[in-house]
Each structure stands twice: as structure tokens, then as C-alpha cells.
Design a protein around this ligand. Structure first.
Ligand SMILES: CC(C)(COP(=O)(O)OP(=O)(O)OC[C@H]1O[C@@H](n2cnc3c(N)ncnc32)[C@H](O)[C@@H]1OP(=O)(O)O)[C@@H](O)C(=O)NCCC(=O)NCCSC(=O)Cc1ccccc1
Length: 206
């Protein structure tokens, strides 16, 4: 089977065996940063993860306990963000809500959870954008730490449970201190939540 990049984007694709191995090879060879992990099924998923580090996995230990995205928080949501494959200023993360993440509206996701995961995706994106702005990779010192200064969300329609949700951020402006983004949450190919976010770089001493 020919490996097409569109294949990697196909929403419900489930890749097994040699196809998954081919994808891993391609990822390693081209050093791609964004593969849609939820579209890969089975044990091979772990192999893909090993080849690609999420923005949050670069956070310094002292900053890795965030409830939304900290790799060291065993009770956390573990949002993991990556550069999108074909859009240089766009990042993506995927999140599958658990049954207890529902809101008061049965069958739909709790809005506060949506805000939390978009917030973490936005701050991860800001960090990645900040390093890129400084022309260095995320594993170099000093660490750049961004916090939310402003988060505006419009909940356009209810977000359904029981499926992988895509979190997206588009970088609008990067300065030495701030990263402005458009953010959205996509379910079933449709944006259910859209908004903007401003992340501000914390001074090193904080
Ligand atoms: C640090 C700061 C955000 C900014 O204060 P300072 O350091 O004194 O800096 P200063 O005020 O000089 O502003 C700098 C620039 O920014 C601009 N600007 C600022 N605000 C706004 C605004 N609202 N709207 C628009 N613009 C605004 C301001 O005009 C200026 O622009 P300029 O350079 O002149 O063009 C402070 O207000 C704060 O600590 N807030 C609490 C943050 C917090 O607790 N967040 C939640 C916890 S984080 C979390 O949970 C998520 C997470 C997940 C995963 C991983 C990581 C995190």
C-alpha cells in the first residue's frame, strides 16, 4: 500500500501491522512532528509516540504538574500538542473525553473541561511558538514558560461525547513577550468551540 499523507489525516482510519510499521518508518525518516495519534490503533501507537515528543514533554520538571497537561500529574488530563503536518502556524492535539467528562446536558462534553484542554493546548502552542521565535529547539535552555493572560471562547454548538476531539491553535502573532492565537475544538469535522487566546511569557525568576 502506498503511504499517502492524506491517509494520515483520514479521520477514522485504524492502521494495523505492516501499514503502521510503514508509517513509523516514514515518521522517523522525515522527522515529522505531527502524526494524528488517535488514527493509529493497536500496539503500534506506542511506537509512534516514542518517535515524537509533545510540546508538554519539554516542560521543565517544576512545570510538569499541570492538571490539564502535566506529564507528572497522575490525575491530570495529559493534553499533548504537536505541530500540524501541513500548516506551519497551526498546532493540534487530540483528546477523547471519558464518560465522567460529561456536562449537565447528557451526551455532551462539559464546557469547563473544554476550556481547560484548549487552555493547555494554547499554552503548549505558545511555548513552541516562543522557541521558534527565538530560533531554537524546545530542549534548549532557558526554558520558556507561558501562562494564560486571556482566553475567550464561543461555544457554537454542543460537543458530543464518545469520540476523539481535535484541539487546534493557529498562531496569529508572536512577540518577545506574547503569543496571540485563534483556537478551536473540532468534533466530527465541525468546530463546536472557537475562540482566541493570549499567552504571556513568564520572567525566568517566577
Ligand atoms: C503574567 C501576566 C499574564 C501578565 O502580567 P505581567 O507579567 O505584569 O505583564 P504585563 O501586564 O506587562 O503584560 C505583558 C503583556 O501582555 C499584555 N496583557 C496582559 N494581560 C492581558 C490581558 N488580559 N489581555 C490582553 N493583553 C494582556 C499586556 O498588555 C502586555 O502587552 P505589551 O507587552 O505591553 O504589548 C499576569 O497578569 C499573570 O500572572 N496573570 C495570571 C496568569 C494565570 O494565572 N493564568 C492561569 C494559570 S496558567 C494555566 O493554568 C494554564 C497553563 C497550562 C499549561 C501550561 C502553562 C499554563
Amino acid at each position: 500500500m502506498m503511504l499517502q499523507s492524506s491517509f494520515l489525516h483520514s479521520r477514522d482510519a485504524c492502521v494495523f501491522g505492516s501499514n503502521a510499521a510503514q508509517i513509523i518508518q516514514k515518521v522517523t525518516h522525515k522527522n515529522l512532528y505531527a502524526i494524528r495519534i488517535p488514527y493509529i490503533c493497536g500496539d503500534q501507537k506506542e511506537n509512534i509516540l516514542m518517535n515524537e515528543k509533545a510540546f508538554q514533554e519539554y516542560y521543565a520538571t517544576g512545570f510538569s504538574h499541570c492538571y490539564g497537561c502535566g506529564t507528572s500529574n497522575e490525575h491530570g488530563l495529559h493534553v499533548k500538542s504537536y505541530w500540524a503536518e501541513d500548516e506551519p502556524d497551526v498546532t493540534v492535539a487530540h483528546f477523547t473525553p471519558e464518560p465522567h467528562h460529561t456536562g449537565g446536558f447528557p451526551g455532551f462534553v462539559y464546557g469547563g473541561l473544554i476550556a481547560a484542554i484548549l487552555d493547555c493546548h494554547g499554552n503548549g502552542t505558545a511555548a513552541a511558538a516562543g522557541y521558534r521565535h527565538q530560533g531554537r529547539s524546545m530542549d534548549t535552555e532557558p526554558n520558556l514558560r507561558y501562562v494564560t493572560a486571556n482566553l475567550n471562547l464561543n461555544f457554537r454548538r454542543p460537543t458530543p461525547m464518545g469520540q476523539v476531539l481535535e484541539l487546534r491553535a493557529r498562531i496569529v502573532e508572536v512577540t518577545d513577550r506574547k503569543v496571540q492565537m485563534d483556537i478551536s475544538l473540532v468534533a466530527d469535522g465541525e468546530a463546536t468551540v472557537e475562540g482566541t487566546m493570549l499567552s504571556v511569557l513568564l520572567p525566568e525568576k517566577r
